[in-house]
Design a protein around this ligand. Sequence first.
Ligand code: ZN
Length: 396
Amino acid sequence: MKSINKSIILNTIRVHSPISRSEIAKKTSLTPPTVTNIVAELIKSKIVREFDVGVSSGGRKPILLTINERDLFIVGIDVGDKSVRASLTNLNAKNLFKMEVSMPYPLTNQVLLETLHQIAEQIIILNKIERSKVLGIGIGMHGIVDYKNGVAIFAPNFNLKNIPIKSYIENHMEIPVYVENDARALALGETWFGKGQGIENLICINIGVGIGAGIIYNNELFRGEYNIAGEFGHMIIDLNGKLCSCGSYGCLQTVAGGGVLTEKVVNGLKLGRKTLIIEKLNGNMENITGELIHQCALQGDEYSIKILAETGRYIGVGVTNLINLINPARIIIGGGVSKSDEFILGPIREVVQQRALTEEARNTEIVKSELGEDGTVIGAVTLVLKDIFSTMVSAR
Ligand SMILES: [Zn+2]
């Protein structure tokens, strides 16, 4: 019983911080001595600290407790296509230090493992932190990830398989490592620190080069039987569609997502479409990025606006399918393409309004993630936090 109480108290402090011992007792219905004992243990392990209360004017103020954001740290890593972003944060997921390293191509399993290992080492060395103060390293990775074993089973963008990320870094660093699919990590980050707080059924869609989704179902991250739950980009929406990177045809990712967006523009230019994009290219097709298309759309370029709206409509079709299948209270859109939210959210909502099954479903909230570029990193940090805050239940 005591261990469950520990988790309850820790989470109460996290959510209601700063809070006094007597308030905790009231909120949790635990006895004051139980609260006092467990809080003493949490303070000793440095996860919780007493909050500095200002000088009281008359009457003794109770000592308040808060999560200790000073002495313990977490490393969060977002493994992107072009670069790896990493952050050192405190126990409130607040960023203390950031770094970004270009992905060294050509990649092999060994090159990727060593890159991730070195980044984790560097961030600790550069910040002059004792290893024992880093509670964990969280890693968000695209593709199919076996969370339990920390193995990236299939990373299609790198064309790599069975990368033993957790065991490799743990063996070298002796710090617990948590690896999760990036969209799932993002969804978890949203439920702790973003727009998913307090929502039981939620879908978080990550639109980058590919498209993934993290499903929170009855307050828990849903992984499915073989870790593929949420592979939204491979929802088949066109029976006669194009070949996808997964080997199937007509997946959502073959008509929407960042990769296709730039491909469509390249083809459009070859067909002689008039667009502002041409002027900004400096003659190099490789300069076509989602960001450039967004900039041109902001300047009123009709072609860019049209291409983004088309992306939005396709995603809207997929989102409608998700709503009919899972019926979430809210859908959060994150990832690179979501930066163009003013051009894609409208079309997504329009399709859902036209096609979802019931009046309530048609009005499902669809919002943009506010965690921004750091969303996946924050999600990766949350993987560690979730374990710290819940192993209290099972491990002790
Ligand atoms: Zn596919």
